[in-house]
Ligand binder design. Structure first.
Ligand code: DSN
Length: 430
């Protein structure tokens, strides 16, 4: 049956080409299992808010001090977003305008470290992030980055070695936060190291913001000068960034975001951030984050029971890194695994593991996260199924019959756990 145009009638009439792509993407998300650790499914309310007339509004400046007229509703919605975010994390102040996590990071770094100064951050090859000083990222061009990593023996951060490195380097800024580190970060210890060497301390909590909001990961707010985040990962809001600041830094942060980094904020996204932060303040959000953790622990245990080695021996948070090349595993690259799982309807990303001999486009590992599948209602029973399916595909990555059979099972499971039940029924007519 062809898709119904009812939910986007104007788009369907005006631009059937884009409408078809939108429908195809909805179908891909509905009918596939999303295990990319940095992705999630935002609520219909968040998505509706993004598709709104706030996109038309220029609002350079901040509430009460704009460079354009007609900002009264933009002011009100940005105030709502800021106040909800402050309440969520117990922060003195917040800036909700960064369009991405990278821009939030750049604004925070501009605030805390003069261009050209030394910054000590986690190595991308050990789970850090591109915007933490990769030479081809703006951060690596503007600041002098040095990197710390995990210990070879247990693949965990070595805080003593990090402290030694910081004492020798005397950086202007210590930056903590990761996109592929499955263990709890000790922000108290990291803050103490920064203070000891006279560095400012910035935490990028993009991946774990939802867990921190729910009180399930220690908060960096008491220990850091500034905290940045994205709003679309565990926090389950619209795609974007934000900065938390104490009284002493907020003026500089605001001017680093605008005019430092950006012009007019994306007001439709700021409004959607207000909606998402409102959702995160409800008790159901804490229960959701508890299930994210329970699912990650269950999936990790199931994979280990099937012979897979997990980097650092498991997970404390929403993600795990699977080493596919170690004894007991399928001995394939991350790239082969990503492709094979995709054909079976399971989406993951290939990921370097610490000390990986493979290049980033091949890798020895995959990263798996549970935020999105938990949003659609998967629980521990579904984690058992998932581990069994993944194991079968990964051990026969070229076998099209296996991929086809498991694709069928994935479709059935997804139909039992729709992401957007109304849209699925009315729009896809599934
Ligand atoms: N690239 C994102 C991730 O997948 O972790 C972080 O920005």
């Amino acid at each position: 049956m062809s898709p119904s145009p009812e939910l986007h009638p104007h788009l369907a009439a005006e631009d059937p080409e884009v409408h078809a792509l939108l429908v195809a993407e909805l179908r891909r998300q509905e009918e596939g299992i999303e295990l990319i650790a940095s992705e999630n499914h935002a609520s219909p309310a968040v998505i509706e808010t993004m598709a709104s007339v706030f996109t038309n509004k220029y609002a350079e400046g901040y509430p009460g001090r704009r460079y354009y007229g007609g900002c009264e509703h933009a002011d009100a919605v940005e105030d709502l977003a800021r106040n909800r975010l402050k309440e969520l994390f117990g922060s003195y102040a917040a800036n909700v305008q960064p369009s991405s996590g990278s821009q939030a990071n750049q604004a925070a770094m501009l605030t805390l470290a003069p261009p050209g100064s030394k910054v000590l951050a986690m190595d991308l090859n050990h789970g850090g992030h591109l915007s933490h000083g990769h030479p081809k990222n703006l951060s690596g061009m503007v600041w002098e980055f040095h990197h710390y990593g995990v210990r070879r023996e247990d693949e965990r951060l070595d805080y003593d070695a990090l402290a030694e490195q910081a004492r020798a380097l005397r950086p202007a800024l210590l930056l903590a936060g990761a996109s592929a580190y499955p263990r709890t970060l000790d922000f108290e210890r990291l803050g103490a190291i920064a203070r000891e060497v006279g560095a400012r301390f910035l935490v990028d909590m993009a991946h774990i913001a939802g867990l921190v909001a729910a009180g399930l990961h220690p908060s960096p707010v008491p220990h850091a000068d500034l905290v940045t985040m994205t709003t679309h990962k565990t926090l389950r809001g619209p795609r974007g960034g934000a900065v938390l600041a104490p009284k002493e830094w907020i003026k500089q942060v605001n001017s680093a975001v605008f005019p430092g980094m950006q012009g007019g904020p994306l007001m439709h996204v700021v409004a959607a951030k207000a909606v998402a932060f409102g959702e995160a303040l409800r008790p159901e959000f804490t229960a959701y984050q508890e299930r994210v953790l329970a699912n990650a622990a269950a999936l990790a245990a199931e994979l280990e029971a099937r012979g897979y080695r997990l980097v650092s021996g498991g997970t404390d948070n929403h993600l795990m890194l699977v080493d596919l090349r170690s004894p007991g595993g399928p001995d394939i690259t991350g790239a082969v695994a990503e492709d094979a799982l995709e054909r079976a309807g399971i989406t993951v990303n290939k990921n370097l593991i610490p000390f990986d001999p493979e290049p980033p486009m091949r890798t020895s590992g995959i990263r798996i996260g549970t935020p999105a599948v938990t949003t659609r209602g998967f629980g521990v029973d579904e984690m058992r199924l998932l581990a069994a399916w993944m194991d079968e595909v990964l051990r026969s990555p070229e076998d099209e019959a296996v991929a086809r059979r498991i694709r069928g099972e994935v479709l059935e499971l997804c139909a039992a756990h729709p992401v957007y039940p109304d849209w699925r029924a009315e729009w896809l007519r599934l």
